[in-house]
Design a protein around this ligand. Structure first.
Ligand SMILES: Cc1cc2nc3c(=O)[nH]c(=O)nc-3n(C[C@H](O)[C@H](O)[C@H](O)COP(=O)(O)OP(=O)(O)OC[C@H]3O[C@@H](n4cnc5c(N)ncnc54)[C@H](O)[C@@H]3O)c2cc1C
Length: 560
């Protein structure tokens, strides 16, 4: 009786040509030698113990128990065994800490992102609380609020399991996640003496504000702390009237600090993430920085979570392709393995090219972020980072959905069957274009990064043009001539289009095609540079094949 062999995973670091080649190019040899053993260990966990636990954990979900047997409101939330294991692994490997220890200076972000990339695919979006924790640490460190920096940041970036805290970010309300300026949560200053709030909350002096409102999507509600937006009483409407607040979710005895968990969301994917609808019923809070400009003040958090989004997008693509490529070597159809069928091979090559290109852009933003955190970015590259963060997030997220949909098809019917663990890849990927800014909202943010409609090409676009040119200059292999010319033409077209539609409604209407064109153009340029390097130093032409394929797949999405 025929039995189909399931796909299997090798060590997810050792097997990853794209990651290894990239790290070999950007890291000094001594640094790579130093960090490689941990990457190898994490790669082994990701393909072994964690992967097995992930498959075994498939049907488990977080649960909310609102009442105890005696009628007390408890709002107890449990997470699954995989998530508990994931937290331990994350802390042990310093998946957040590495970026803050800065042992390798500006390259610490790249190191951290390599860890996050290996960690993510077997841990069912535990990357979500880690991303927010990382973003909260960055935001607090930049806030100048010494008391919070001293009290909170050490917990967010620790390598001690018992000391570790995760952070949530609560922005979205039922009125809008994109247009957060509509937020209705109010902050009321309080001078209530401690005894009057006994049993509710204490330390009025430490917590001079009370928050009242509802947050509509509060992910990873098991976190210890959160950064949130609320409007101090009397402030004007709109985003500027919101302030950034810090909240600790539970008191010393583990009770909620005037927070009610109304419900956990029943979601398409990310089902291990307990995403809550919650009521702030006089929740004690502190201002992080000023009584206005909360949206601007929370931006550093979003830049970090958008970076994580991109790293997660490429990590999930890589997992899908690793499984699909392995399976193609095991599945027989029409007398041969799928891996021997030219059309199946061609299908997978197209997906691999998308992944390789996306990988280069996500990690390039990690490089720029790391340099920015060390204060090493000149103005033009700071502008480039501001531009590429939304561009990278939106481009890689869309690629992940497309690639993972195709990955499922590469398994035929098995890709649609739940207990293979495959459908979850697509469901989880589908959140990537939605949270932390939808594709459209980030396309508009891209225009803002360019300084809005202007008559002349603004300097961030020039910075991008320079970055693209610098990459293309390195291409010498004749096989790269065609992708170089396609990439150059796409960049020129984007600039021309931007100049032509400046000040017209067409600019906003075309923002998504424009932003995706910028993203794919930059991806193509970065992939070409990597491909040339890999040819020169590794005698490997596979990235050249990917670069040619990617450039031909349509990087210019503008329609005149
Ligand atoms: C699983 C999950 C977890 C989440 N976790 C969190 C969390 O922890 N914290 C948090 O704060 N939020 C969280 N969110 C919320 C998420 O950030 C929002 O759903 C998202 O920002 C979109 O907001 P919205 O749902 O209100 O959609 P809307 O803002 O109503 O958008 C609807 C559609 O309109 C489009 N649109 C909006 N404005 C424009 C415009 N000007 N031009 C063109 N198109 C536009 C959008 O692109 C979208 O397609 C989570 C969401 C999900 C799905």
């Amino acid at each position: 009786m025929f039995q189909q062999e399931p796909p299997s995973l090798g060590n997810q670091f050792a097997d990853d040509r794209v990651l290894r080649s990239y790290l070999a190019r950007v890291l000094p040899a001594e640094m790579l030698a130093e960090i490689q053993p941990a990457l190898m260990e994490l790669g082994l966990l990701a393909s072994g113990e964690l992967y097995r636990l992930q498959l075994a954990d498939r049907l488990n979900e977080p649960a909310l128990t609102q009442w105890d047997p005696w009628g007390n409101r408890i709002d107890h939330v449990t997470v699954t065994p995989l998530w508990r294991a994931a937290e331990r692994v994350a802390v042990d490997f310093g998946v957040v800490a590495t970026a803050y220890e800065q042992k390798h200076g500006r390259l610490s972000r790249v190191h951290q992102c390599a860890l996050a990339y290996l960690f993510t695919p077997s841990t069912d979006i535990y990357s979500c609380p880690l991303a927010m924790t990382d973003g909260a640490a960055r935001t607090l460190l930049g806030s100048g609020n010494e008391a919070l920096i001293e009290r909170v940041v050490p917990h967010l970036i620790t390598r001690e399991r018992d000391e570790f805290w995760t952070a949530g970010q609560w922005m979205t309300e039922i009125t809008g996640g994109s247009d957060v300026g509509l937020s209705q949560t109010v902050a009321v200053p309080t001078e209530i003496p401690d005894q009057e709030v006994a049993g509710r909350e204490s330390h009025a002096a430490d917590w001079p504000w009370r928050l009242y409102g509802k947050k509509w999507f509060a992910s990873a509600i098991t976190s210890q702390v959160a950064l949130t937006l609320a409007r101090p009483e009397g402030n004007p409407p709109g985003g500027r009237g919101l302030a950034l607040f810090y909240v600790e979710l539970r008191n010393e005895t583990g009770g909620w600090r005037n927070i009610e968990i109304d419900r956990l969301k029943d979601k398409l994917g990310t089902r291990k993430v307990p995403t809550a609808e919650l009521t702030l019923a006089g929740t004690p809070a502190q201002l992080v920085k000023g009584t206005t400009d909360g949206v601007r003040n929370i931006a550093p958090l979003l830049n970090i979570t958008r970076l994580w989004n991109g790293i997660s997008a490429v990590a999930l693509m890589r997992r899908g392709l690793a499984l699909a490529e392995d399976y193609a070597g095991r599945r027989i159809a029409f007398g041969a393995r799928l891996s021997e069928k030219p059309l199946h091979r061609d299908t997978l090559s197209g997906l691999l090219a998308e992944f390789e290109a996306a990988f280069q852009l996500a990690f390039h933003v990690a490089e720029l972020t790391g340099r920015s955190e060390m204060g090493e970015l000149p103005e033009n590259e700071a502008q480039l980072l501001r531009l590429l963060t939304p561009v990278m997030k939106l481009t890689t997220a869309r690629q992940a959905v497309m690639v993972l949909s195709e990955v499922l098809e590469a398994f035929g019917g098995a890709g649609y069957v739940e207990d293979t663990g495959l459908p979850q890849l697509l469901r989880d990927a589908q959140v990537l274009p939605i949270w932390e800014g939808t594709t459209n909202v980030l396309s508009l943010d891209t225009l803002r990064a360019l300084g809005g409609a202007s008559e002349s090409v603004p300097s961030p676009l020039q910075a991008l043009n320079d970055a693209v040119s610098n990459c293309l200059k390195e291409a010498k292999d004749p096989e790269l001539a065609e992708p170089v010319s396609i990439t150059r033409a796409a960049m020129r077209h984007a600039e021309k289009w931007f100049r032509r539609v400046a000040g017209q409604e067409e600019l906003e209407a075309g923002a998504r095609r424009f932003a995706l064109t910028l993203g794919r153009t930059m991806e193509s340029a970065l992939l070409i540079r990597q491909a040339q390097w890999s040819r020169d130093y590794e005698a490997d032409g596979r990235s050249i094949v990917a670069a040619r394929r990617f450039a031909r797949s349509g990087i210019d999405l503008l329609i005149d």
